[in-house]
Design a protein around this ligand. Structure first.
Ligand code: ATP
Ligand code: MG
Length: 398
């Protein structure tokens, strides 16, 4: 038999006090948006502090999982059989039937985890554990009990309105539901790291806007399309992303012309941060996000990070700061951005990059070099911001 109901377990939201319902409502809203993409009809309801999804039309179970595994705030998705209370004996029969139908291979170890939430039910949790376990062993002699590390953990939960029976669980992304925190501006390049940085912050409930700096004709439209594609892939988790495309060519040329070449990358980064901050403020963002990780490249040494951070007047989140590249790659593969990220493209920074960039830039030197830009740079920044091209990136497909 097909399961048509799902019990949704959420982690941290459960720890919230009086505000918990706000988080639950935000979660349900996002679940409805995600489920819509399956093309099916669903009811998403909350009863006694639990969220249930019920399929009201024929739907592919895999589609339901695919949709819900992109909803931040969900820890586990449990296909559940909800039954009415017709007394303990009827429940026992239902449990045997459930196990028979959902576990065709009975050569497994198992444990019953019963919970009597409605205290008027005549049989207690411990008693149910023992009795249902025994009944299962009698019905299916191939089974073996393992109370420590069972292959099948069979949950039987007697609730106020119904009884839930479930065993399998599909892992959700965890985190907090979108809309439960503010909004941040992601510096999104075509690489592997920045999409993952956006994902990690958004997982805490933060909406994302993004900014991409391109340098035509040194970078092509294809490079820009790649960033648009990444933003679309990311939006499957984060919700629609307004991608701000900023023409950085004149700023880059000015820096190239006037500043010491070994400092180019650091100075460019500082201008990217400054412009990102202007856009962040214009668009109601409370923080910036970058994909930097200590020591990954010359522009991400502690000294370089110090210089880049110094220009920011709002918090800069660097969720990958302590991650190894392989960990970032693994997550990129998991969320589906990796294949797009590794497509060849020109990065606007690599084109103007020095052969031997300073690895230990001193802030005083960098500030001194930037004075060489005075007279032109303010107008160039203004012009770049004025030319902001906004692309709405979202993915309506599942
Ligand atoms: P990524 O894989 O995210 O491109 P990276 O390892 O290539 O990172 P850098 O090129 O040093 O590292 O960039 C560090 C961070 O600066 C990026 O993670 C991103 O947040 C930001 N950044 C770099 N280039 C751009 C760009 N062209 N547009 C927007 N942000 C950028
Ligand atoms: Mg890069």
């Amino acid at each position: 038999m097909k399961t048509h109901s799902y019990l949704i377990k959420y982690g941290e939201i459960g720890l919230k006090g009086d505000n918990r319902f706000l988080f639950e409502d935000a979660l349900m809203k996002q679940m409805r948006i995600a489920l819509k993409k399956t093309g099916g009809k669903f009811s998403v309801t909350k009863t006694n502090g639990r969220i249930y999804v019920e399929a009201l039309s024929e739907t592919d179970e895999e589609d339901v999982y695919r949709a819900l595994r992109r909803v931040f705030g969900i820890s586990w998705i449990c296909p559940v059989r909800r039954v009415e209370d017709h007394g303990y004996e009827a429940l026992k029969e239902e449990v045997l039937r459930y196990f028979g139908e959902t576990h065709p291979d009975r050569h497994v170890t198992f444990k019953v985890e019963a919970k009597r939430i409605r205290k008027t039910f005549p049989v207690g949790s411990q008693e149910m554990n023992a009795d249902l376990g025994e009944a299962l062993l009698r019905a299916y002699p191939e089974l073996t009990v393992d109370v420590h590390d069972p292959e099948v953990l069979l949950h039987v939960e007697v609730r106020n309105d119904a009884i839930d029976i479930y065993s399998g669980m599909v892992k959700g992304p965890g985190g907090m539901p979108l809309g439960s925190a503010g909004k941040a501006m992601l510096l999104l390049s075509g690489g592997i790291d920045s999409p993952i940085a956006g994902y990690r912050v958004s997982r805490r409930g933060v909406y994302i806007d993004a900014v991409y700096f391109h340098a035509p004709p040194y970078t092509t439209d294809r490079a820009k399309e790649k960033v648009v594609d990444l933003a679309k892939l990311l939006s499957r988790y984060t919700g629609p992303i307004h991608l701000h495309v900023i023409n950085f060519t004149d700023i880059q040329l000015a820096i190239y012309e006037k500043c010491p070449h070994d400092e180019l990358t650091v100075i460019m980064r500082r201008y990217m941060m400054r412009i990102a901050e202007i856009l962040a403020r214009q668009n109601g963002c409370q923080a910036l996000i970058t994909g930097e990780s200590i020591g990954q490249v010359a522009s991400q040494t502690m000294h370089a990070l110090y210089c880049t951070d110094a220009v920011a007047g709002m918090p800069v989140f660097r969720p990958l700061i302590g991650d190894d590249k392989q960990e970032i790659v693994d997550l990129a593969k998991e969320i589906g951005t990796f294949e797009t990220s590794i497509l060849p493209y020109e990065d606007c920074c690599t084109i103007f990059v020095a052969k031997h960039p300073v690895t230990k830039p001193e802030i005083a030197d960098i500030e001194a070099s930037e004075t060489l830009l005075s007279g032109v740079i303010d107008a160039l920044v203004e012009q770049a911001v004025a030319g902001d091209e906004v692309i709405l990136c979202c993915d309506k497909k599942l």
